[in-house]
Design a protein around this ligand. Structure first.
Ligand SMILES: Cc1ncc(COP(=O)(O)O)c(C=O)c1O
Length: 359
């Protein structure tokens, strides 16, 4: 029988059951419990950021960011088209005018030149996506955003334990948003966190997460009662998920090392497979060394055939994003073709990272 190698297998540390049983024994299930604090301590240790909040998803973290920046109708936001819909949706929800930037063919991230091209007097925010937990230009983008008084948001959904110049991704901009969806290196089913690097945004973000109230001040005994302070919604992660996430965060380095070993093994296998299974382009090992080994990707001009050939060999491989500027909803923001985005979107193939395979 043909062995089917799945695209992804969510990580399990083995401690999740014990930690969830502790939550059940304590009978305290909503947010801001013991595991919530443990998970945040672990994230602080990893990222060196002081103000971190657990959220229900990276999507809700991005929505918090858009609300915290007080985006108004017509404010312009620069972002990639080659991304997951949540990057754009969060800002479209607040009435922003989205300006899609093209990506660089090698990093798959937006370039500073594209940001400069799209910047106007109405630019309120730049949202970068660290595709595959990789960035090589975030410091330059940060400098540009600061010099031009523009907010910088990092969609670091894929970037837990990913670095640029030894600094954790998500720590450069005013706000960083990370995902703990089960498709990520570590997870809690659905979850995320928001890293707040701009001190001026902290009060507002604390209100937004707590349904628009100052409940967090109340929990810290800074006020005798709490009340409605701002617009907000329910974005706090519950204690069961925080317990699951704590078990996963404790293993973050082990998971990254294991994934990197498997990624490099699979990359070398891909360089040697027969023609019918070989992508036209693969990033070099050096590129992956700076990532958290989230995605092993390549480009193929005959993608459908290549995906079919891998399927026949029992290996699940996938394409990736449909460009947002060509999507049925996103085309309302279409301004001009984005040649690299469109080419990459047609040609990209993602291979399994978690499991060794040979052909
Ligand atoms: C770039 C990017 N942004 C945002 C998200 C949304 O993350 P979540 O599923 O945690 O809401 C994803 C999910 O894969 C993503 O890849």
């Amino acid at each position: 029988m043909l062995l089917i190698i799945p695209f992804h297998i969510p990580y399990i540390s083995g401690k999740e059951n014990e930690y969830i049983a502790n939550v059940i024994a304590k009978k305290s299930f909503s947010g801001i419990g013991d595991y919530h604090h443990k998970a945040i301590q672990l994230l602080k240790g990893l990222t060196k950021v002081e103000s971190i909040y657990l959220t229900t998803s990276c999507t809700s973290a991005l929505e918090i960011a858009a609300l915290a920046l007080d985006i108004q109708t017509g404010d312009e936001v620069i972002l990639p088209s080659f991304t997951f819909v949540s990057t754009a949706n969060a800002f479209a929800l607040r009435g922003a005018k989205l300006l899609f930037a093209d990506i660089d063919e090698h990093s798959l991230n937006i370039s500073l030149q594209e940001i400069e091209r799209l910047t106007t007097a109405n630019t309120k925010a730049i949202v970068v996506v660290h595709y595959n937990g990789y960035s090589d230009n975030i410091s330059q983008i940060k400098e540009f955003a600061q010099n031009n008084n523009i907010f910088l948001i990092e969609d670091a959904a894929q970037a837990i334990n990913g670095y640029c110049n030894n600094e954790h991704l998500g720590t450069f901009g005013d706000i960083g948003c990370i995902s703990f969806h089960e498709t990520k290196n570590i997870h809690c089913g659905e979850g995320g966190c928001i890293l707040v690097n701009n001190q001026n945004l902290i009060d507002k973000i604390e209100h937004i997460i707590e349904k628009g109230t100052n409940r967090l001040d109340f929990l810290k005994s800074k006020t005798k009662f709490y009340e409605w302070k701002d617009l907000g919604f329910s974005a706090d992660m519950d204690e069961i998920r925080a317990a699951f996430l704590t078990a996963q965060l404790e293993d973050i380095q082990k998971v990254t090392n294991q994934r990197m070993r498997n990624l490099l093994h699979n990359l070398s296998q891909l360089q040697n497979v027969p023609n019918r299974l070989q992508p036209d382009y693969l990033p070099t090992e050096k590129y992956f060394a700076q990532t958290n080994a989230h995605i092993l990707w390549g480009l193929s001009k005959n993608r459908e055939q290549l995906i079919q050939n891998f399927k026949t060999a029992g290996i699940t491989v996938y394409s990736h994003y449909t460009p947002l500027h060509l999507s049925s909803f996103g085309k309302q923001f279409y301004e001009s073709p984005l040649p690299v985005t469109e080419k990459v979107s047609r040609q990209i193939v993602r291979f399994p990272v978690h499991t060794k395979f040979s052909i």
